[in-house]
Design a protein around this ligand. Structure first.
Ligand code: NAD
Length: 494
């Protein structure tokens, strides 16, 4: 795909591609070059209504298709996605900025969710109790909800819709996807793949847009459930607005992920993994390490090795296979991150490595920062609790594991927390006491596999059932309990 081969993102409604009737459009730049890749429409309420009507029209037949037949479409989808991984990965890298290896990894995770949803025939099985009273049986079955929708963030354009969509379809629901307006092009290609998989028209629909498109989805009476992933203020607002009209909602929010390094950790492994966590995807992962709390003697070796890892990371255009870190998503994002670094310095942090002012030869108009390492973050500093979402790692130091856990628990978020140690007892204490939904023990990005829930907590998640795995099956189904009696002589009455 050349930089200009997609000009205008289109909606996919009722099995057909449609040009939006929106009057407002946003440019979609390549964050590495600043060049325009295309434009995205901010779709209006009428278009959302059409997508929901199409999904509602497809629902009665889709839900009646046996689950064993519904998953055949997902098996086909997996094969087709595998065939297109390279092309999709290039699109992700071009619109989102991450490296090709990171884009391929993202798609692997997407495909794993399709594979997991292929197990729906077993996952959807109900429960049965014989003779709960004399001659009476009781059972619980799972039925689809109807039309469901997801609203996605910019940082994983190929993966995050797959935390929800395959499960929703496997459970018998029909679906609407709203990608981030900053990275709409990956879903353009994914929907070509969905079309090839032969899904009946109306079963999956795509609407492009921003805030107002989201509000139209939230307000639409035809939508039963909303899955949202994005920043915490928006997650909270989406959760409240969806709940106010009786929709089921699961809203994953922002993060500020701490890593605790104990003196008995393996120095080489710890710094290598922590650097990947902090600077992978240019720090634009909801599971990126944002703050390292060193304990006791760990400070000396860790800070020195991390400064080396940060300053030697190769930053550039992600399409170049030698590059280890790409740009951030936008000029505004770059400016916001640079402002936060300044703020950290004003409040007393020391720059061990300062990545501002990065100029990448050949990509002078790209939105680049190099890895940045700030030492001396205190609990009162803004950078102790603010999500930066860029390649900036804060360092702080304490003397005991208890102080480290207290620091980790002091912020509002609870997406992930990791510990590096050689001690089982320390790891056990940490995993029990730390208030985060995803825990890494000698792991830097504790991303749950598709068969586990993506378990954010505190201000990182609003709802009950998370994305992925069995949680997704439960989220996308309504339980129905039947209590049943059949008198022995009933048949003789007719
Ligand atoms: P964002 O909140 O700006 O946007 C997310 C989605 O919400 C987009 O589709 C956007 O169109 C829509 N939106 C934006 N503002 C809105 C508003 N005022 N009203 C209604 N809809 C609105 O998030 P982003 O910048 O695209 O993504 C980065 C954020 O997502 C980070 O905070 C990151 O931590 C978070 N994230 C969380 C997870 C997780 O699993 N917890 C995963 C990935 C990203």
């Amino acid at each position: 795909m050349s930089d200009t081969s997609i000009n205008l993102a289109r909606n996919y409604i009722d099995g057909a591609w449609r040009d939006s009737i929106a009057t407002e459009f946003l440019p979609v730049p390549n964050p590495a070059t600043g060049q325009a890749l295309g434009r995205v429409p901010l779709s209006i309420r009428t278009e959302i209504d059409e997508a929901v009507q199409a999904a509602a029209g497809a629902f009665p037949q889709w839900r009646r298709l046996p689950v064993t037949e519904r998953v055949q479409f997902l098996f086909r989808l997996k094969d087709l996605l595998e065939q297109d991984v390279e092309d999709l990965a290039r699109t992700i890298t071009m619109e989102c900025g991450k490296t090709l290896a990171e884009s391929r990894g993202e798609l692997r995770r997407a495909i794993e969710n399709v594979e997991m949803a292929c197990g729906a025939p077993a996952l959807l099985q109900g429960e049965f109790s014989e003779d709960i009273a004399a001659g009476i049986d009781e059972f619980m079955m799972r039925q689809p909800l109807g039309v469901c929708a997801c609203i996605c963030p910019f940082n994983f354009p190929g993966m995050i819709p797959f935390w929800f969509l395959p499960y929703a379809l496997a459970c018998g629901n029909t679906y609407v996807v709203k990608p981030s307006e900053r990275v709409p092009l990956t879903m353009q290609k994914v929907f070509v793949v969905l079309q090839k998989a032969g899904l009946p028209k109306g079963v999956v629909n795509l609407v492009n847009g921003g805030k107002e498109t989201v509000e139209a989805l939230l307000d639409h009476p035809g939508i039963r459930a909303i899955s949202f992933v994005g920043s915490t203020p928006v997650a909270k607002a989406v959760y409240a607005r969806a709940a106010a009209v009786g929709k089921r909602a699961q809203c994953q929010g922002g993060a500020k992920n701490p890593i605790i390094v104990l003196p008995d950790a393996d120095p080489e492994m710890t710094t290598r993994i922590a650097a990947d966590s902090a600077f992978g995807c240019a720090g634009q992962r909801c599971l990126a390490a944002s703050l390292v709390v060193t304990v006791g003697e760990a400070r000396g070796w860790f800070n020195e090795a991390m400064a080396e890892a940060a300053s030697s990371r190769v930053t550039g255009y992600g399409l170049d296979e030698a590059v280890q870190m790409g740009p951030v998503i936008s000029e505004q994002s770059k400016e916001r991150i640079e402002r936060l670094i300044c703020r950290g310095l004003e409040q007393g942090a020391k720059p061990l490595v300062d990545g501002r002012g990065a100029v990448i030869p050949g990509c002078e108009k790209g939105f680049f920062l190099r890895p940045t390492l700030l030492e001396g973050i205190r609990p009162s500093h803004e950078l102790a609790t603010t999500e930066i979402f860029g390649p900036v790692l804060g360092l702080t130091h304490v003397e005991t594991i208890d102080e480290a856990v207290a620091f980790a628990n002091s912020g509002p978020y609870g997406n992930m927390a990791c510990i590096f140690t050689g001690s089982g007892a320390s790891a056990r204490k940490f995993r029990s006491q730390v208030e985060a939904g995803n825990i890494g023990i000698n792991i830097g990005v504790a991303a749950p596999m598709a068969f586990f829930p993506f378990s954010g907590a505190k201000e990182s998640f609003f709802g009950d059932l998370h994305g992925q795995g069995r949680h997704a099956i439960e989220f996308f189904t309504q339980t129905k309990v039947v209590v049943e009696r059949w008198p022995k002589d009933w048949s003789r009455k007719f």
